[in-house]
Every structure is written in structure tokens, then in C-alpha cells.
Design a protein around this ligand. Sequence first.
Ligand code: FES
Length: 103
Amino acid sequence: MSQWIDVAAEDGIFEGAAIAVTPIGHDIALYKTEAGEVFATHNICSHGHARLCEGFLEGHEIECPFHQGRFDVRTGQATLAPCVDPIRSYPVKIEAGRVWVQL
Ligand code: FES
């Protein structure tokens, strides 16, 4: 059963940056692009145990801090080796300045 969870204040994420949130035991990275769009994915790289919230966000891609593989934060698809397997992405909505993620 999916549910929407209030996970963060929208202004708690800088543009071009990521933060980690852990609603009810899920490890999720929230990203805000330079254009102000917010996306959410699983926080752990599919190639190793790196935390993507500590990576480098460029456009819609997050670069893993361990081996510089990349994922599209909109879909979770791997876009650059050594990342091959996708990571889970989560629907996001913004309401009254809060970021909600659908688990
Ligand atoms: S752990 Fe992320 S690219 Fe290797």
C-alpha cells in the first residue's frame, strides 16, 4: 500500500544539492535541481554502498561519490558506468512549502 509522507521543508534543500531523509525506515535522497525541481530516489548507489546524497548533482544527474557513476534523479535509471542497475525513484509533490514523497 502506497502512502504520501511529509519528509522535509522545501526550503531546507538548496538548489543544486541533495539531502537525506529517512521516513519510516526508508533511506531516501531528495534532490533540488538548479531549476528548483525536487526529486527523490533511494539513497544508496546500486553499484556499492555509497550515499547518493553526498554526491554531486548536475542537471538531472546525481554523480555517485565513490566511483563517479551516475543516475537520472527523475527516473532512477543509471546513466554512466560503473552504474548499470537502476535505483528506485519515488513520486514527489510540494504542498504549502513541504516536500511529500510517495512510498
Ligand atoms: S558505489 Fe556508486 S559508482 Fe560505485
